[in-house]
Design a protein around this ligand. Structure first.
Ligand SMILES: [Cu+2]
Length: 173
């Protein structure tokens, strides 16, 4: 797994140009196999989420998290010991932590190891801002992680979509 922090986005952002920039970001000109997960929330920050919350991709595909929120900072952070959390990513897979993403900023991870990946937003884990990515076909998917993990906030556990639901719908909010 490789971590890609696209420097072009930062350059574009520092160059400014709100509306034009927004258009450029929304247009998937160089997207290829890249799939976007938006980080978003209500204006007052009372409700925050990843969208889609559950996602099915194939090995080799890249997921890009984009902070589409106007007033909130978010992270995408894998559940694994490297982030001081119980491991909820496949054996042999590398975890990730985006650090804080300002509105408009993004972070991308290319997934190569099949399996189930659970992740959260560092400042909003307790608000249930979590997501689950399944890489590869159903037969390559190990059993889901314990849904009674005492080390995870209840809202986080409740926010993780079921594996079967993701496999059925490919992307779910
Ligand atoms: Cu967040």
């Amino acid at each position: 797994m490789t971590k890609v922090f696209d420097p072009r986005r930062r350059t574009l952002l520092s160059a400014g140009g709100g509306l034009l920039l927004a258009t450029a970001l929304w247009h998937p000109a160089h997207a290829g196999d890249e799939v976007e997960i938006a980080m978003a929330g209500t204006a007052n920050g009372s409700h925050v989420w990843f969208r889609p919350r559950g996602l099915l991709i194939q090995p080799g595909q890249t997921v890009r998290w984009v902070n589409r929120d106007t007033g909130n900072v978010h992270t995408t952070t894998s559940y694994d010991p490297g982030n001081k959390k119980p491991r909820r990513i496949p054996a042999g897979a590398q975890g990730w932590h985006s650090d804080y993403l300002m509105p408009g900023e993004s972070f991308a991870v290319t997934f190569t190891v099949p399996g189930v990946y659970d992740y959260f937003c560092l400042p909003h884990e307790h608000a249930g801002m979590v997501g689950r990515i399944i890489v590869g076909a159903a037969e390559a998917t190990p059993p889901p992680y314990a849904d009674t993990d005492a080390q995870l906030p209840p809202a986080a556990l409740q926010g993780l979509p079921g594996v079967a639901d993701i496999l059925k719908s490919k992307a779910m909010d």
